[in-house]
Write a protein that binds this ligand. Structure first.
Ligand code: COA
Length: 380
């Protein structure tokens, strides 16, 4: 079906989809593997450590991880190589050009669920955005591969705004609807974060997990009866080196692994915590006021899932009181940080119980720094 491209539309979220990898790693399994790696490293380097030339590695602990982050487990695409102390990478086998890429494969699964939930025929979808922190290759775009696999006409492209990729994708989709350039846009976020995580780094080895989400952003005119009106969106970026990954086509890890650490996720976690909490809380409150929404009356916050402490503080600043699990649900315990997909998983799993007229906020924040806020109201 070809849509009238001149009529401006009103964007809503029609549905969402979620793909969760079958394999999980508990904190106990993760720490056991990490500590075997530490023992091995310290034994192999015993002389250099004794001579003071090499620093001994310290073991990780389950208690620290849970207390510092709220994470208890994570889903991954390839458990065995990640937990092998001699490998500690996902090592997904390279796929041929004829096979679906990993990101497209899991993105399609999440997308199909969203399409099914909305009862949407692929012929009525105009665009696909693949919005994620890491891309499997530079081109052709994973989004176009997903588009092809689903049989969608129109256009597709990849976009990367780190942990805010999904919310930036939602605003981009909403803008296509608002301008009348599209009536139905799929925002797909396959986040295979196990690939950028340094599983040998004690400070961050517990942070990430793998998942894929999909959000179907549509014009209210074609949306299913139950949907979420998008009341307003706001994006913000402020440059920071505190979360960084130097991997790139001019800047690859050497085959020997020399200098590899900075070609993976690196962060100054404490600075991130201190700087991002006030930035995000302020953005939410300012945008709520602009939209004439009382932030303290928000029924639910679906916040980025990076750290339970950060979410507690942001929710408190926005709501004016300590948020209950009902007001600010977490999926960190089972999913860990899934980058841009986190707030979408929280929304996907915790929105059906809300009632017609309830107002909530999907919010992301992360590397860049980048932050995105999507205010939504339920129509049921
Ligand atoms: N096991 C046991 N102890 C550990 C450890 C581990 N895996 N990792 C660090 N520690 C120790 C440190 O060595 C330090 O010990 P010391 O006080 O004796 O020096 C202590 O625990 C505290 O470490 P610190 O790094 O200051 O912890 P923290 O309480 O700041 O928590 C983060 C670390 C990363 C969980 C936290 O800063 C955070 O979540 N920040 C925001 C991260 C974020 O959202 N990033 C966005 C990514 S998209």
């Amino acid at each position: 079906m070809s849509h009238n491209k001149t009529l401006a539309g009103r964007p809503v979220i029609s549905s969402t989809g979620l793909f969760t990898p079958a394999e999980t790693i508990t904190n106990e399994e993760l720490v056991d593997s990490f500590n075997r790696y530490v023992e091995r490293f310290n034994a192999e380097n015993a002389d250099a450590i004794a001579a003071g030339d090499t620093a001994a590695l310290q073991p990780s602990s389950v208690e620290f991880i849970e207390k510092a982050s709220g994470i208890k487990a994570r889903h991954v695409m390839a458990k065995e190589p990640i937990l092998d102390p001699g490998t500690m990478e996902p090592r997904l086998p390279e796929r041929s050009n004829e096979e679906l890429s990993f990101m497209a494969e899991i993105g399609v699964k999440a997308a199909r669920q969203a399409l099914e939930q909305a009862g949407r025929d692929v012929a009525d979808v105009d665009a696909v955005l693949c919005a994620a922190s890491n891309m499997e290759r530079p081109y052709p775009a994973m989004a176009i591969e997903i588009q092809q696999e689903l049989g969608i006409e129109g256009f597709a492209f990849d976009m990367n705004v780190a942990c805010s990729s999904a919310t930036f994708g939602i605003q981009t989709a909403a803008d296509y609807i608002r301008s009348g350039n599209a009536k139905s846009v799929l925002v797909v976020s396959p986040e295979i974060t196990s690939g950028h995580l340094n599983w040998r780094d004690r400070d961050s080895h517990f942070i990430f997990g793998d998942v894929a989400t999909a959000v179907l952003v549509e014009d209210a005119g074609i949306a299913p009866g139950t949907h979420w009106d998008i009341l307003g969106t706001r994006l913000k970026t402020v440059f920071s080196n505190n979360i960084r990954n130097n991997f790139g086509f001019l800047n690859r890890a050497s085959p020997e692994g020399e200098g590899k650490a900075d070609k993976l996720f690196v962060q100054e976690g404490r600075k991130v915590f201190k700087e991002v909490v006030p930035m995000v809380a302020e953005m939410i409150v300012t945008e709520a006021e602009r939209l004439d929404i009382d932030p303290q009356a928000l029924r639910r916050l679906w916040l980025h899932q990076a750290n339970a402490g950060m979410n507690r503080l942001i929710a408190q600043k926005v709501l004016g009181h300590e948020a209950s699990a009902d007001e600010s649900p977490t999926v960190l315990d089972t999913y860990a940080n899934t980058s841009s997909a986190g707030s979408i998983i929280a929304f996907h799993k915790h929105n059906r119980d809300l009632s017609d007229g309830d107002t909530g906020l999907i919010c992301s924040f992360g590397a860049g720094y980048s932050a995105g806020a999507v205010f939504v109201r339920k129509v049921a």
